[in-house]
Design a protein around this ligand. Structure first.
Ligand code: HAM
Length: 424
């Protein structure tokens, strides 16, 4: 028999518990709000899809597909995978429901869990949470700038400041293949070890991202995509940078940036926070102009981002800031007797109906333990009611910050509480 006392969450999968879950909710909602302000409609997608969708969409040679997918067969042997990222699923839904036949761009945003079988460590989870946007069907540098500016504004609205935006262009279908050849020619001339050589064959760009100092030194003079852009890709990139300047969004061009997903073309970016150690990417995204056609849809362009909610929470903490209200309620009822409790149950419902977060002490607690619970809840006010006061039509309104208590008429409680909460 299973020992039920030893159940644990799967390795690398966080639980989000009060009071700190309030930070998670505030970060997630804050990032979604930034997208909503720019007209992105909510899309809610399945957490698992056919395995082939990710293999084809994200790229067989990526770590995400080759090493990190949570894949399983259903009862009929069909292979499914827990979504490792959001873009492929959004494209599948857009194609399946013909959203791309309506007004363009199709602007969608989403939030939720994604799954990657990575080695768990601080800021790297096997179930991670992202907020993402995708804008599909218009190849306009102004849209690139919008997507990037939304992410920047979302982070800043949460109070985050210690991050930087790194940006580059990965070229388009005219210049990328030529560059790839050029880079491979360069790499094949180097004394690379067997594995790195193989990587250079499959995905030469990845070699530029190698962290080992000896490889870094070898590739220091490698040709860079940014110096070999086609005229139109270069014009596109220059316009994006010009718009970011106009928007006041600071950036650093990083021509060696390599993203972990294969679908990127042209504008590609990452938000990096230095307070996070090795897992410093708090968000990333870019254009993926060939993806829709690759997944069987029209040859439409697209751009989007995925922002890491978990890492953004950690980044805020690293800056000594926190988001959200950890208090579970504003008002806490302290009943001293059964009749008083009946009254407080009804009163709590009235306060909640007036939009005031209210909780009360259940289970016949003493005054002392009920006030302790009130403090723990983070409430600002306690309503203290004894059986005898009920007869007098009065109730004690206690300010839990100052400890001051005064009697107010039971009939006036909603107005009195509202007024007390409005004062600082
Ligand atoms: P990504 O860079 O793979 O992009 O992930 C986006 C963000 O998710 C990362 O910057 C990071 O903050 C967070 N993240 C990724 N893996 C983990 C993990 N194991 N633990 C904690 N956080 C993690 C994408 O997923 C693309 N779909 C983004 C996109 C949308 N590009 C275009 N449209």
């Amino acid at each position: 028999m299973t020992d039920t006392s030893s159940f644990k969450a799967p390795k690398g999968v966080p639980d989000y518990l009060p009071p700190t879950s309030a930070e998670f909710v505030a970060v997630r909602d804050g990032l979604i709000r930034a997208a909503r302000l720019a007209g992105y409609g909510h899309i809610e997608l399945p957490v698992f899809e056919e395995t082939a969708l990710f293999a084809r969409g994200v790229g067989e040679s990526t770590d995400v597909v080759s090493k990190e997918m949570w894949t399983f067969a259903d009862r009929k042997g069909q292979s499914y995978t827990l979504r490792p990222e959001g873009t492929a699923g959004v494209m599948r839904a857009v194609i399946e429901h013909n959203l791309d036949r309506g007004q363009l761009p199709v602007k969608l945003c989403y939030a939720g869990p994604f799954f990657r079988y990575e080695r768990p460590q601080a800021g790297r989870y096997r179930q991670l949470q992202q907020v993402g946007v995708e804008a599909i069907g218009v190849d306009d540098p102004a849209l690139d700038a919008e997507v990037i500016a939304i992410a920047d504004a979302g982070f800043r609205a949460l109070g985050l400041t210690g991050f930087r935006l790194e940006i580059t262009s990965l070229g388009d279908e005219t210049c990328r293949p030529q560059y790839r050849e050029l880079l491979q020619e360069f790499l094949f001339r180097l004394p690379l070890d067997e594995e790195t050589r193989r990587r250079a064959e499959i995905n030469p760009l990845r070699v530029l991202d190698d962290k080992r100092p000896q490889v870094r030194e070898l590739v220091a003079d490698a040709p860079l995509m940014i110096d070999h852009l086609s005229e139109s890709a270069k014009a596109h990139f220059d316009q994006v940078l010009g718009l970011l300047d106009a928007l006041g969004v600071p950036y650093v061009v990083n021509p060696r940036m390599v993203r972990g997903l294969d679908y990127y073309t042209k504008t590609t970016f990452e938000f990096v926070h230095d307070g996070l150690g090795a897992q410093s990417g708090i968000g990333g995204g870019g254009r993926y102009d060939g993806l829709m056609a690759q997944l069987g849809g029209q040859p439409l362009s697209g751009i989007g981002f995925g922002l890491g909610v978990d890492r953004t929470v950690l980044a805020l903490r690293a800056e000594g800031k926190s988001a959200g209200d950890a208090a579970s309620c504003d008002v806490y009822g302290v009943p001293l007797g059964d009749i008083a409790k009946q009254h407080l149950v009804v009163l709590s419902a009235r306060l909640r109906a007036a939009g005031i977060r209210t909780d009360l002490a259940y289970g016949g607690r003493s005054m002392k333990s009920a006030i302790k619970a009130a403090d723990k809840s983070g409430a600002r006010l306690a309503l203290v009611l004894g059986d005898r006061e009920v007869a007098d039509g009065e109730i004690g309104l206690k300010d839990l910050r100052t400890g001051e208590q005064r009697q107010v008429a039971l009939d006036d409680v909603v107005a009195e509480v509202t007024a007390a909460l409005a004062t600082e």
